[in-house]
Design a binder for this molecule. Structure first.
Ligand SMILES: [Zn+2]
Ligand SMILES: [Zn+2]
Length: 229
């Protein structure tokens, strides 16, 4: 893994600013990866072994994702909305998992570790760099029962909502009166009053660059080109 300061500056750049959360998140990711034996989590051979559950949608989550390379689109980043400053790092190969929790004491101790800085934000930032892991974090060894449908890789299952007809992937349906129902139709969605609308320029498309328009089956560029009008 890159040195801490390198990871921190890259993470801050990706996140948009340098904040105490970046320091905590970078350190959380470094510790978590070390505990599960992945020293280069973003390297090709290790990236497929790692799953990270983040329990908050705050600055720290971005830093954890950046350092570990986990992504929502790869299914390696799981957001569980607990509102807790914690993340669990799981090695899929060994099944080992550790939950790293950012301590409240660390906030209280910022003044002890960076007494020369008066302003709260900069003081936390400096203090979180100086604190030992043992002050900044608590660690729990946990068992994660990850469902096959939550693993990276191709979609394991598709089923059609019996109410709206939408395809539901990976066992996210509810069963109501023995029929599959998507979350929005089950009433447990995050929105209500859905109403189909049309919008201006609704037939717009970005199209493709000219080169890509050629569909070439025999390697003879141009000959069998297909132009889309
Ligand atoms: Zn931030
Ligand atoms: Zn539905």
């Amino acid at each position: 893994m890159q040195p801490f300061e390198t990871l921190l500056s890259e993470s801050a750049q990706a996140h948009g600013h340098l904040c105490p959360g970046q320091v905590v998140g970078v350190r959380m990711a470094m510790l978590g990866c070390r505990l599960i034996g992945l020293d280069e989590p973003t390297r090709r051979d290790q990236i497929k072994k790692l799953i990270v559950y983040v329990e908050m949608d705050r600055c720290t989550a971005d830093a954890v994702a950046h350092v570990t390379g986990v992504k929502l689109g790869r299914r390696s980043l799981k957001f569980v909305d607990y509102g807790i400053m914690a993340a669990t790092f799981m090695n899929l190969e060994t099944g080992k998992a550790f939950r790293v929790i950012s301590t409240e004491e660390a906030r209280d101790l910022a003044a002890v570790y960076a007494p020369e800085i008066a302003e709260k934000g900069p003081r936390q930032l400096a203090a979180y760099k100086r604190m030992p892991d043992s002050v900044l974090f608590r660690v729990q060894k946990v068992r994660v029962n990850i469902d096959e449908c939550d693993l990276p890789g191709p979609t394991r299952r598709k089923i059609v909502c019996s109410i709206c007809g939408q395809v539901i992937r990976d066992k996210r349906e509810s069963i109501i009166e023995n029929r599959p129902v998507c979350r929005p139709c089950s009433g447990a969605g995050y929105f209500t009053h859905a109403r189909e609308v049309s919008w201006p320029d609704m037939n717009w498309s970005p199209g493709e660059p000219a080169q890509a328009k050629r569909i070439n089956s025999d390697g003879d560029a141009g000959n069998r080109s297909l132009t889309i009008h």
